[in-house]
Design a protein around this ligand. Structure first.
Ligand code: ATP
Ligand code: MG
Length: 105
């Protein structure tokens, strides 16, 4: 099952995403949470902690910077870029904008 959460700013996307992820994980489902927000805060909602969430490496950013080799498999991407969150949720941050320029979404 794949669940995508989208909506207008401040409508509760991150909160509901974290709640769904942890609820499913507590019921025994393997959960991969992908944070696709350019200001990724899902780690906070998942219980990773604010400081730790700030430090998470974003996959796209790391690859663009040449810090890491491209992974060829989904499992490799999850292993390399993922972090373990409470309730055994696996979190992958997809992208992050460090410094927003004018016109940046
Ligand atoms: N069901 C709810 N009832 C009351 N407050 C809520 C609820 N869900 C979220 N909030 C609060 O609303 C605010 C925005 O929530 P959240 O950050 O989850 O929204 P978002 O859609 O992810 O925002 P953004 O577009 O900035 O990423 C937070 O302060 C959160 O605690
Ligand atoms: Mg959000």
């Amino acid at each position: 099952m794949k669940i995508a959460v989208a909506g207008k700013g401040g409508s509760g996307k991150t909160t509901i995403s974290g709640t769904i992820a942890r609820s499913l994980a507590r019921k025994g489902h393997p959960v991969l949470a992908l944070d696709c927000d350019t200001n990724p805060m899902l780690g906070v909602s998942l219980g990773v902690g604010p400081e730790e969430t700030d430090l998470l490496v974003a996959a796209r950013q790391a690859l663009d910077a040449g810090d890491l080799e491209h992974e060829t498999s989904p499992d490799g991407i999850i292993e390399t870029f993922g972090t373990s969150a409470p309730d055994e949720v696996r979190l992958v941050v997809v992208s992050r904008i460090d410094r927003a320029n004018p016109g940046c979404p």
